[in-house]
Design a binder for this molecule. Sequence first.
Ligand code: C2E
Ligand code: MG
Ligand code: MG
Ligand code: MG
Length: 283
Amino acid sequence: RAKEKGRNDFQIFNADMKSVSINRLKLENELRRAIALEEFVLFYQPQVDIETGRIVGVEALIRWNHPEKGLISPNYFISFAEESGLIVPIGEWVLRAACKQNKAWQNQGFSPMPISVNLSMRQFFQHNLKGKISHVLEQTGLDPQYLELEITESMTMDVDHAIQSLLELKELGVHVSIDDFGTGYSSLYYLKKFPIDKLKIDRSFVRDIMVDPNDAAIVTTIIAMTRHLNLKVIAEGVETEEQLHFLHQNRCNEVQGYWFSPPVNAVQLENMLSHGVHAAASG
Ligand code: C2E
Ligand code: MG
Ligand code: MG
Ligand code: MG
């Protein structure tokens, strides 16, 4: 479960607090303030076509611009936000900000590309998700085909509910990908039934492809499977040229990772869109 992953993630607020409950209360209050004052900022990580080396998409990743603590990673507050329900307004902010930014890039003349937004479990199963997303698309003027929503395998465990939600999203014309693929529960039997577009191979498999034959086998098998299921595939966490080469050899479509760029702010991303991801990376 996603919850377990970030169980100890809000320790950053522990130092001056006496009990976990006070700590949580403080974090909750701080997060409420952050929502009200819009203390969040989006960073963007390029997704690169492995054949052409061109940026074909970006993932929007939230950071909390805390007035005293500076930029805080989502690992420190997303799981708490999910537990407390605050993820719903935060997620709405992310969705709106991402659509707005992508539309702005199109207005600036950059080639249209999809922007990926991470959906939380609560968001995915919230009432009238379709209506809410549709409203944001209308408000921002972004064509639905340029919005991609990332869900995780854990959200597909309730198969019927997930299929129903996914079908509604597909009706809108947005794309859907499965994030961190391979790390969660996943029934291959149902995978073919889910109306999804893309699998994102989790970076824990990519990390050791050059040294661990099991990880190499898992990655090549996922890639082959996506080809048979007619899905796109992207490898996360590509950090070295060797990993990139391996993925290319094994016909992975797209890559995302520090080898090309960490998540960057909007201006830096524009620089990469103008001059190419390599030019920007090598200064
Ligand atoms: P994710 O969606 O799997 O995003 C990829 C994470 O991997 C990002 O961490 C990114 O910075 C990191 N990453 C990318 N390339 C590399 C690499 O080559 N090496 C390594 N070691 N790491 C790499 P980030 O931005 O800290 O986000 C962490 C997680 O927080 C995300 O994982 C996602 O699950 C969650 N998250 C981020 N933004 C949002 C959001 O707006 N809403 C929700 N619900 N969750 C979010
Ligand atoms: Mg993601
Ligand atoms: Mg991921
Ligand atoms: Mg992740």
